[in-house]
Design a protein around this ligand. Structure first.
Ligand code: NAD
Length: 340
């Protein structure tokens, strides 16, 4: 079995690549190495005879065609993934997340692959004020990231409906764990707490996210790729809903850092209040189960990883001009006076 994984140097992709190699699957990892792609994330498998890296853009037909030679299936994780950046500049999101998915689907169609797994997100449902969204619930993406992801998600489905391509879509919830680029809430909080720097929390901090461990997410993606019914969508939930502020406080306690580091900042534009998905389908139909059902436990282990892996994150944030520029553009004008 040979699988083309796109975005395998990113956060979730690196966990998936490692899982596939450990299961004796041959992997071609096509990754453009944007600011979020980091070869160090897969350094431990880079020498495996089952692993091949191709540096390239999923929007580039030639690179995609080269990487997809003789593959049995394609798993598309490559994407621009940060909501805040999508609000600052949506163009790259429309390009990679939508156009890139189109290029991959065309290649998959030409090659008649055995499966095409499109990694989508629970954010396509938008804010879910009550209950939990099922796969057939209405979709209401509210920012350029989630809208671009939905475009790709439905475009992939259309290749099943129109051409019979064996497409399966997964919609996973907010993911955490080792290797996550330090712009996202959990690593940002851990790292700034370790450095004794103020930690920005949007609005009143009461937005709810459902936390899923990256290894569980990777395993669910692989389960859906192998066993999912073509044309179907599968939600993947961590079943660990938590208000952002509670999460941040948990991390600070874990690090013995003072709560005074928390700074409430002007809210994200169009900030979805609550994400919640029902994932009975993947559990009932495909038998997937998460191995990390307690976010508090998973967060403790994640904190320990970042504490131990200063060598991993320090070059990404300290004296890193691009990161500092982004941080200033995103938060510079948001700091409010005091905390509510
Ligand atoms: N992180 C989450 O909480 C979460 C939750 C649900 C779904 N997802 C989805 O899972 C996938 C992976 O997310 P992540 O958090 O690991 O992302 P990430 O930002 O950590 O990594 C993305 C990877 O894609 C690569 N990439 C970006 N543009 C590319 C292009 N044009 N061509 C080739 N490679 C490119 C980057 O170099 C990077 O290695 C995405 O599709 C995302 O939408 C993420």
């Amino acid at each position: 079995m040979k699988v083309l994984v796109t975005g395998g140097c990113g956060f979730i992709g690196s966990h998936l690549v490692r899982r596939l190699i450990s299961q004796r699957v041959n992997v071609v990892n096509l990754d453009k190495l944007t600011y979020a792609g980091n070869p160090a994330n897969v350094a431990d498998v880079a020498r495996s005879p089952r692993y091949r890296f191709v540096k390239g853009d999923i929007c580039d037909e030639r690179a995609v065609s080269r990487a997809a030679k003789n593959v049995d299936g394609i798993i598309n994780l490559a994407a621009e993934t940060h909501v805040d950046r999508s609000i600052l500049s949506p163009g790259a999101f429309v390009r990679t997340d939508m156009l890139g998915t189109y290029v991959l689907l065309e290649e998959a169609r030409r090659r008649k692959v055995k499966f095409f797994l499109q990694v989508s997100t629970d954010e396509v449902y938008g804010s879910v004020d009550r209950g939990a969204a099922r796969e057939d619930s209405p979709v209401r993406p509210t920012n350029p990231y989630s809208a671009s992801k939905l475009g790709a998600d439905r475009l992939a489905y259309s290749y099943f409906a129109t051409y019979g391509l064996p497409v399966v879509v997964t919609r996973g919830s907010n993911t955490y764990g080792p290797n996550q680029y330090p712009e996202k809430l959990i690593p940002l909080t851990i790292i700034r707490a370790m450095l004794g720097q103020p930690i920005p929390v949007y609005g009143d901090g009461k937005n709810v996210r459902d936390w899923l461990h990256a290894e569980d997410h990777a395993r669910a993606i692989w389960t859906a790729a192998r066993k999912g019914r073509p044309g179907e969508t599968y939600n993947i939930s961590g079943r660990c809903p938590m208000e952002n502020i509670r999460l941040v406080r948990t991390i600070l306690e874990e690090l013995d850092a003072p709560a005074s580091l928390i700074q409430f900042v002007r809210d994200r534009e169009g900030h979805d209040r609550r994400y919640a998905i029902d994932d009975e389908k993947i559990r009932d139909e495909l038998g997937w189960r998460q191995t990390e059902p307690h976010a508090a436990n998973g967060v403790t282990k994640t904190v320990q990883w970042y504490v131990a892996r200063r060598d991993w994150w320090e070059p990404l944030v300290r004296k890193n001009e691009a990161f500092n520029k982004y941080f200033e553009a995103q938060y510079g004008s948001r700091w409010k006076r005091g905390t509510p």
